[in-house]
Design a protein around this ligand. Sequence first.
Ligand code: AMP
Ligand code: ZN
Length: 138
Amino acid sequence: MNVPHCIFCRIARHEAPAYILCEDAHSLAFMDINPASPGHALVIAREHAVNIFDVSAPALAAVMATVQRVALAVNAAFLPDGLSIIQSNGPGAAQSVLHFHMHVLPRSFEDGLPINWLLRPGERRAIEAAADRIRAAL
Ligand code: AMP
Ligand code: ZN
């Protein structure tokens, strides 16, 4: 399904401008128009899904294969210190475009992007309790 006014559906239909990198039946890669670092690219599902909770399994598989293809190319082209793959769901995760997408984000030691966290050991019982809650929902 395509949503007429969704900007990423419009890019997938070639109705809105984008620096497209590659595309296939289920996925599309293009440059992020507000790059957090040089080479910042997005990979979207061609179908309109809002986020990880409703994207179809075939679209997700195609997106992941394209993410790897684009990540290899970005890595070869920009030789970054590292590369983060980021995908946000919902307002608490600051998802701003409500069409499923993954960020391919080259990183540098100096970029200071506020997406890393310090490793602090968790409390074992709290981790086990969280695992129990998730297993019960699987
Ligand atoms: P998120 O905040 O994870 O939903 O990411 C949405 C991303 O889409 C942001 O990094 C935006 O810069 C990017 N974006 C929004 N509109 C466009 C557009 N028309 N073309 C390319 N990137 C876009
Ligand atoms: Zn859409």
